[in-house]
Design a protein around this ligand. Structure first.
Ligand code: ADP
Ligand code: UDP
Length: 237
């Protein structure tokens, strides 16, 4: 498999073409951003951890019946994935109040919900990823109704899997963001990443934050937190 020209450079990853039009290579950087790029920095070793964690989860989810873009890990930071056309929705699942949910509704962080919530943001940096509902997504023709139903079903199944997995590692899954894409034949698959950049993970005993909130909120110990969740994941596998 040949790595050809760069197709896209995002905030955390680069995407490269390959000699197969149906496959691309994602290359994970140590760059970190928050607040839609307003805060910038580096988290040493993050690219390796996010690549390896994402791939382990994608492989497990695939086995559990959720189709994903994952093909093969190529190196510490590079992975071969199926090329998709990304559905421009950030799919956020929450088990516990935190972050923008707590801010928007004026509640404290840490309220455990009776059932998970699913929400969508329009993936559009220029508009600051505005929150939207299904009828908005349909009006904007971002996805078909059946696609949104599939995405919601997969997102909740991913939550069930991740919640149980992290719980077995002494980690509480607070919330996370997923992205889905369409293969050439229209099949919806899970894409992008599942990592401490895109999940809120709290130590189950101490409630210590073990995710990107340490960077967003200048809490220190960012690298150690990423390394700690990776260590616990490897121990559990
Ligand atoms: P951002 O674009 O938000 O800065 P990244 O730095 O993570 O994000 O860049 C990776 C980009 O690749 C994202 O836009 C993501 O939607 C996209 N992407 C993820 N998986 C795939 C895939 N399988 N095929 C094509 N694009 C993908
Ligand atoms: N998230 C993400 N990318 C985004 C927005 C959110 O990965 O562009 C993740 C974030 O890490 C958290 C969850 O989605 O795990 C919910 O984030 P929230 O809506 O609370 O926004 P934030 O507080 O990150 O602004």
């Amino acid at each position: 498999m040949q790595k050809l020209q760069q197709l896209y450079e995002g905030k955390a990853k680069r995407v490269y073409a390959t000699d197969d039009p149906g496959l691309v290579i994602v290359d994970y950087k140590d760059d970190a951003t928050a607040f839609n790029g307003a805060k910038k920095g580096t988290i040493a070793g993050k690219g390796v951890i996010n690549n390896q964690m994402t791939n382990r989860f994608m492989a497990k989810l695939e086995k559990a019946g959720i189709p994903t873009h994952f093909v093969q890990e190529l190196s510490e930071r590079e992975t071969l994935v199926k090329k998709v056309s990304i559905v421009p929705l950030e799919v956020i699942v929450r088990n516990i109040s935190a972050g923008s949910f707590a801010k928007r509704y004026g509640v404290e962080e840490g309220i455990v919900f009776d059932a998970p919530t699913v929400e969508f943001s329009y993936k559009c940096d220029a508009l600051d990823d505005p929150l939207l509902n299904t009828s908005h997504a349909l009006a904007l023709k971002l996805a078909a109704r059946s696609e949104i139903e599939t995405i919601r079903k997969y997102a909740l199944a991913v939550n069930d899997f991740l919640k149980a997995f992290w719980s077995s590692c002494g980690v509480t899954l607070v919330d996370f963001k997923l992205e889905f894409g369409r293969l050439a034949d229209g099949t919806i698959v899970l894409a992008d990443e599942i990592s401490p950049d895109t999940c809120r993970l709290w130590d189950s005993q101490t409630h210590e934050k073990l995710d990107k909130d340490r960077f967003r909120r200048d809490l220190g110990g960012v690298e150690d937190a990423y390394a700690e969740v990776m260590r616990r994941m490897k121990e559990a596998l």
